[in-house]
Every structure is written in structure tokens, then in C-alpha cells.
Design a protein around this ligand. Structure first.
Ligand SMILES: *Cc1c(COP(=O)(O)O)cnc(C)c1O
Length: 423
């Protein structure tokens, strides 16, 4: 098949044979029938490929996994029940109790909590580094027990751009992989594997689904990290007693990471997507290439407009020529960044609340990256328990509005913002 990303969005993953449904079916079945118990035994021993229980794999999920793997340029992917589950499993596949990893400090709030609270309770330590840290500064955070480096291509909500090549260089110099959360750009705007990332994770609940109908996550294996040469990952290179001494690197080669994530961690944790959600994700992805482009163009128009608006004190959008990250955008995101903009309303907290309440087309939602324009005022909602001083420490000013620009006509979005910004 053509390797153009647009064509992969529409067609990859489900190629029906003669007489089969044209559209990916929803395999709403927990289990699968086999002719012999010997065959099922081989499936359990990972000697034969095939589905036997939906907690581990399902044909509807498999189709969309193939689509995302192809779009990212990876060797395999695994869908999870949410983006949180994807980040959790990606880290647990690399780190156990007593291990440590390094993460860029500019992360999605849910990921920060996962790393700081729950992984800590499991005995896995994280060190956050400044997203603009130098290679020497990142190096200083390494310990003998460090097993991964993690960052977001475009951080939510800080909107800083990760210098993927820099983080990959330091990770590889220390023989550990770089994991990149590529939720905001999607592979249509940036493919982290092309810049040295080893593992990509997604919250598919955002642009990939695109319609705010289904939670989901995805882990993609780039297939290039050499677990054997690293010497730091016995979980990949030593026998797994729960599969009769199978060695993942020997049995599955370049796909060792993603197979281990599935047969060990999905088996044990069960953060499995519903077949219905895999179907909805696939349906959304059939138009991802059209939508993400419109999100970017609309956001560029809106950001340029807000930058000149007298009711706005500052605009943070990586796609603006004035962005502090313009050089990184040119390198990593030349076709566009995303549809999310942060800006300050003149007059501070109260003015921001008044602005939000006056909006008509844009809805107040705790969500980003779907077809409809949405806004969130963190200081009065998600972060309302914080004082102005605590907000500042979290990098959120009281006047900050996070705007997720949808795919409506840009003139209608601008008109709504203008009427609400009238002082
Ligand atoms: C939303 C989000 C997540 C978490 O995904 P869920 O699907 O909500 O669990 C992780 N990373 C980023 C960048 C996100 O925006």
C-alpha cells in the first residue's frame, strides 16, 4: 500500500478479503474459538499468533494498532484503555521497584501525578528536568538505576516543544530509551522515531479520536533500541519464568518491547480498550489527516488575531512566528503544531471568568483536541484550590485561558472570541 500518511489514515489496518465487510467490524467478543486444545496451548506459549482473550488482544483493536504503528513508523503498537494506561505500561515495561527515570518537567498534569505519586509508591523514582535543560544538565540527573527518559513533543498545557534529538542523545549515551508522548502533534505533524525516540505513547482521546467520544491510549514500539547491547534490561534479555523461560529479544527481535508490554503487563494489569472504543478510534483516524490540518490552520489564525487584540496581554502558541520555540517548531513540526493556544485575558482572574461566561460557540469543557472549540480557565476550575502564588509555581497565571481551537469556520471562532473579549 502507499506509504502516504493520508492514505494510511484512511485504509491501513483493515484490508477485507473477498466478501468480508468493507468497514472494520466491532469484534464484540471476549473470546475466540479454536479446533484443538493443542492450538490454544500454542497461543498461550506464544508459539503461534492469534487472539484468544480480548484482555490481551482483539481484532478490532489490532486493526487500529496496525494503523497507528504504520503512521508512526514503528514495528508494532498496543492500544490501551486510556492515555494514562499507555504511559503507565510504557514506564512499567522499563522500570521496576528501585529503578529511576528522568522526565521533562513540562508534562500533562495527569502524567505528573502518575509519575510523582503512584509510581513513587511502587518504588520507581522520577527526576524532573527543565524542558530546556542542556545535555550536561540532563546528564547530571542520571543515576546507575536510571532506565528511561520521558517527554512530550508538545507539552500539555505548557505548549513547550521537546528537543527530541537532544533528549535522545543523552538517553542513548546512557544506554536507555527515550519515550515520547506524541498526543498533541499526532504522527501527521511529527514522527518522534524520525528524530531518535524509541517508544511513542498517545492519549488517543484527543485528536486521534477527535470527536471526544472514546477514551484510549496507544504505545508504539520504534523497534530500534538494542536491549541486548544496553545490558540494562534483563527483563528483555533474560528468561521470563511466566512463559516457560521465553526470552523476548530472542523470540521477538525488534518487537520485544511491545510484545512484552502486551503479554506481561496487559495480561497482568488488564487496562484493555473495549472493542467499541477501538472501532470509534479507527473511525476518527480515517479523517485525522484532514482534521489536524484544519485545527492547525485555525489555531494559527486565532493566535495571530489574539496577539494583536487589546483585550489580550500575552499569547503562547508554538505555531506563532514570535514563539520562543520557533526554531524547534521549524525542525520538528514544519507542517503545523496543534490546535491548542494559551493566552492571558487583560484584567486577570475576574476578567478571564467574565470572558469565559460570555462565549457562545466555544464551550467550557475539561477536554482539548476535539472537533469543537473549547475553553478552560484552570485558575477557576482544575486548579481552583490553588492560591495565586501556588498557581505561579505550577506555571499557570490567574489570567490564563486554554483554548482548544476546533474545526469550525475560523471567522465564527474569531467573532465569538471578539464578542466575549469586549471589555
Ligand atoms: C490527555 C492526555 C493524557 C492522558 O490521556 P487520557 O486518555 O485522558 O488518559 C496523556 N498525555 C497527554 C499529553 C494528554 O493530553
Amino acid at each position: 500500500m502507499s506509504s502516504h500518511l493520508d492514505t494510511l489514515c484512511v485504509q491501513e489496518g483493515w484490508q477485507p478479503k473477498n466478501g468480508e465487510p468493507r468497514v472494520l467490524p466491532i469484534y464484540q467478543s471476549t473470546t475466540f474459538r479454536y479446533d484443538s486444545s493443542e492450538h490454544v496451548g500454542d497461543l498461550f506459549d506464544l508459539k503461534a499468533p492469534g487472539h484468544f482473550y480480548t484482555r490481551l488482544s482483539n481484532p478490532t483493536a489490532e486493526a487500529v494498532e496496525k494503523k497507528v504503528a504504520a503512521l508512526e513508523g514503528g514495528v508494532g503498537a498496543m492500544m490501551t484503555s486510556s492515555g494514562q494506561a499507555a504511559s503507565l505500561i510504557a514506564i512499567l515495561n522499563l522500570c521496576g521497584s528501585g529503578d529511576h527515570f528522568i522526565a521533562s518537567g513540562a508534562l500533562y498534569g495527569g502524567t505528573t501525578n502518575l509519575f510523582n505519586v503512584t509510581l513513587k509508591k511502587l518504588g520507581i523514582e522520577v527526576t524532573f528536568v527543565d524542558p530546556y535543560a542542556s545535555e550536561a544538565e540532563i546528564q547530571k540527573a542520571f543515576r546507575p538505576a536510571t532506565r528511561a527518559v520521558f517527554g512530550e513533543t508538545i507539552a500539555n498545557p505548557a505548549l513547550t516543544i521537546l528537543d527530541i534529538e537532544k533528549f535522545a542523545r543523552v538517553a542513548h549515551a546512557n544506554r536507555v530509551p527515550l519515550v515520547v508522548d506524541n498526543t498533541f502533534p499526532t504522527p501527521l505533524m511529527c514522527r518522534p522515531f524520525d528524530f531518535g525516540a524509541d517508544i511513542v505513547v498517545h492519549s488517543t482521546s484527543k485528536y486521534m479520536d477527535g470527536h471526544a467520544v472514546a477514551l484510549g491510549g496507544m504505545i508504539v514500539d520504534g523497534g530500534r533500541f538494542d536491549w541486548q547491547a544496553s545490558g540494562k534490561f534483563p527483563g528483555f534479555t533474560q528468561p521470563d519464568p511466566s512463559y516457560h523461560g521465553l526470552v523476548y529479544t530472542e523470540a521477538f527481535g525488534a518487537a520485544a518491547f511491545i510484545v512484552k508490554a502486551r503479554v506481561q503487563l496487559m495480561r497482568d494489569l488488564g487496562s484493555t480498550p473495549a472493542p467499541m472504543n477501538a472501532f470509534l478510534l479507527n473511525l476518527g483516524m480515517e479523517t485525522l489527516h484532514l482534521r489536524i490540518e484544519r485545527h492547525c490552520r485555525n489555531a494559527e489564525t486565532v493566535a495571530a488575531h489574539l496577539e494583536k487584540h487589546p483585550g489580550v496581554t500575552w499569547v503562547n502558541y508554538p505555531g506563532l512566528p514570535s514563539s520562543k520555540d520557533a526554531a524547534l517548531v521549524k525542525k520538528y513540526l514544519p507542517r503545523g503544531t496543534c490546535g491548542v493556544i494559551a493566552f492571558g485575558v487583560k484584567g486577570g482572574r475576574e476578567a478571564a471568568v467574565r470572558f469565559m461566561d460570555k462565549l457562545k460557540l466555544a464551550a467550557i469543557v475539561v477536554h482539548v483536541a476535539d472537533a469543537r472549540t473549547g475553553v478552560l480557565h484552570p485558575a477557576s476550575t482544575t486548579h481552583r484550590q490553588l492560591t495565586d502564588e501556588q498557581l505561579a509555581a505550577a506555571g499557570i497565571s490567574p489570567d490564563l485561558v486554554r483554548l482548544s481551537v476546533g474545526i469550525e469556520h475560523p471567522d465564527d471562532i474569531l467573532a465569538d472570541l471578539d464578542q466575549a473579549l469586549q471589555l
